[in-house]
Design a protein around this ligand. Structure first.
Ligand SMILES: NC(=O)c1ccc[n+]([C@@H]2O[C@H](COP(=O)([O-])OP(=O)(O)OC[C@H]3O[C@@H](n4cnc5c(N)ncnc54)[C@H](OP(=O)(O)O)[C@@H]3O)[C@@H](O)[C@H]2O)c1
Length: 335
């Protein structure tokens, strides 16, 4: 079988196509023919050696993949041959609150990921994908979608609240879709008027170009009659957090998810205290969250926004495309 791996992480060109024997499903495991993987910003950081210290190498990358069970090992009851499944991001986090142990089993990071024609996963490490989704669509769910779902649904996502999402990448577009499902008002910021137009098509009611309106925090406060936004999906990190603290309402919530503006910076914490803001770090989510999200996706026949699908042998081009930030929603590779 063919698979991609990193033996070193010196940039996108470190991604190597290699051949290996098809693995076998042991007791309690499923052999999956992967049909699609989706890219996350994390995969870029891994390629560039910027993700985490002590990354396992060689590493099969990509946390997100969907495929079909082709063999179920002895004692497997959760899935059977022919089932359409996706791997869960943190292989050990099935339910309940996160712990240090759960965070250690992340696909495509601390353990091998999904970027292979065949992978073996424990039966507990997969979920059935929503039946109306193609493999390309289902492959977008494990990281970005579950993160957006966790961020929004573990707080007060309900009709009428205002949610602000930053940019139009994978996490933010899922957050927009889930917030609209729940009847929330969504403000979207983007560097591109064209992308804002697309976000409007998905139900965003308020659009702010953060390049032409760098004071987007003030604009968000104006849009909410001086009150501020209930919930902000924060993917920028140090370069945007200060403005998010300005834009959120007294008693509101910021889900801190990403560090697109870099890992370092200075943020004045005073508004957190003064406005009693809840700043919640969010790291993907559990299998239970993934399954409840899938129920909602199925019930509402929601379709992930796939910007572009690349062929298997153009994996480096796909990563470069993600790096360019030209995408809206998710970038996928067919396997
Ligand atoms: N904590 C977790 O569990 C978790 C899970 C998934 C992702 N993440 C993190 O979340 C971040 C987003 O991930 P992703 O996979 O959704 O990335 P992505 O698809 O690559 O999204 C990139 C988009 O973010 C927007 N952006 C960039 N800089 C921005 C800024 N200063 N202000 C507002 N928007 C900005 C841009 O949108 P426009 O082109 O529209 O401007 C850009 O196209 C990354 O830092 C990633 O590592 C964390």
């Amino acid at each position: 079988m063919k698979l991609y791996e990193f033996r070193e992480t010196q940039g996108i060109d470190s991604l190597m196509l290699v051949e290996r024997e098809v693995p076998k499903a042991g007791p309690g495991q499923a052999l999956i023919r992967v049909h699609a993987v989706s890219l996350n910003y994390r995969d870029l950081l891994i390629a560039q050696g910027r993700y985490m210290r002590g990354l396992k190498l060689p590493l099969i990358p990509m946390s997100d993949g969907a495929g079909e069970v082709v063999e179920a090992g002895a004692g497997v009851t959760r899935v059977k041959r022919g089932d359409r499944v996706a791997g869960i991001f943190m292989q050990n986090w099935l339910s309940g609150e996160v712990s240090a142990f759960y965070a250690r089993g992340a696909l495509g990071g601390s353990v091998d990921g999904m970027f292979a024609e065949y992978v073996v996963l424990p039966q507990d490490g997969v979920v059935h994908t929503p039946p109306h989704l193609s493999y390309e669509e289902a492959a977008t769910l494990p990281c970005a979608a579950v993160t957006a779902w966790n961020a929004l649904t573990t707080w007060t996502l309900k009709p009428g609240i205002t949610v602000l999402v930053q940019g139009t990448g994978g996490v933010s577009i899922f957050a927009l879709q889930f917030a609209r499902l729940a009847g929330a008002r969504v403000i979207v910021t983007s560097s591109s008027d064209q992308k804002l137009k697309k976000a409007e098509g998905l139900g965003a009611s308020d659009l702010i170009n953060y390049k032409s309106t760098p004071d987007w925090d003030q604009k968000a406060v104006e849009l909410t009659n001086g009150i501020g936004v209930d919930h902000i999906v924060e993917v920028g990190g140090p370069g945007t957090l200060g403005r998010s603290l300005n834009a959120v309402r007294v008693g509101g919530r910021i889900s801190l998810i990403g560090l697109l503006t870099g890992p370092e910076g200075t943020v004045n914490p005073m508004p957190i205290l003064g406005k009693q803001i809840q700043v919640q770090g969010t790291f993907v989510g559990s299998r239970d969250m993934f399954e409840s999200m899938n129920r909602a996706i199925t019930l509402h026949q929601l379709r992930p926004v796939v910007d572009r699908v690349f062929p298997f042998d153009e994996a480096r081009d796909a990563l470069r495309y993600l790096e360019s930030s030209a995408h809206f929603g998710k970038v996928v590779i067919r396997v």
